[in-house]
Unconditional design. Sequence first.
Lengths: 199, 176
Amino acid sequence: MQHLDPETISSYIDGELSTEEIAQVETHLASCQQCQQERRELLAVSRMIREVPVYQPRISALVKDRPAKLPAGVVARFIRPLAVAAIVILAAVTGLVVISEIIDPEPGGTDDERSSSQSVADVPGPAASDDEAPMTTLQEAQQDAPASGQLAVATEEAGDNGNGAPSIAREIRIALYVALGAIIAGAAVWLNVQRTRRA
Amino acid sequence: MFNVVLRTVCDPALAEEITQESFLRAWQAIGQFRGGSVRGWLMRIAINRSYDALRSRKRRPSASLDALDYEPVPAWSSQAAPSEQPEAFTMRGELSVALEQMLARLPDDQRTALLLVDLQGLAYNEAAGIMGVANGTIKSRISRALATLRDELLANPESAELFRADLRQSDEEMSQ
């Protein structure tokens, strides 16, 4: 009788044989005490290897004082394009806001107030025409709060250019936008300098 | 990974350094990763680095795993069945210690193949990819390593007794 070679037995133990080979090995093992013994012993050793103690590295050894540096490939491929895209988008948004502030100065009254006045005017039925009818919530709100639309009219009548205090706020806003634009431009220059240094 | 490296270089401090460096090298060379198993790729880096360290050191260090400043977590302690007798539990522990010493004496290529397949649970083709050899080479290395360990266990009277007792224990468990 030809016995199983050790490689076949270890492959059988490790589950590396095909279904056909497994059938052949099991047929042989059923009738061969020597190969059965060989399989028992090698299987026991294999099991013991799986059960050897598992060691853990010390935590202190895993965290050394190394600079956390991104590899050049990751910076070039992902980080820099994202930074450039963010700067371009920020610059575009800032520019649009500044242009809109300059071209279209803030009209008297806010959008909310204009829309609420419109809403009240559009309300049909007795509430709009009957003085005795109970006030709507919107009407109450209009009466309670000083309308900035009225303020705008007053300042306009006084010879101002449309509004007083809002005009100052608009200038501050423009200054802030310009400062933000300067920061973005600075960031773009810095990024370019870093790239030049690496190159 | 650490356990394979540790048993290859037999030096805890060096094994820690190699493990850490392997992760760093993998991170720095992430652009060269061609897909496939990340674990296998990391393991290949670690094993190549371990072999480099062994070559540069020329000879194996005198430190053995018995002298490690580590708190081992034996798998056999957690895998012991609740019904397992204390004697059997102790016997498994003693056998494990004897096996560690024999494992350290195996040729590097046989030990690595055996650890990758039996300890790490990799398939032969994964181990072959990591070690850069053919499937058949892994098969013969594992076969020779298992046979060598079995022969060494049986050659020593003390470990032979433990080994035979372990075999009887396994037979009883199989028959139940």
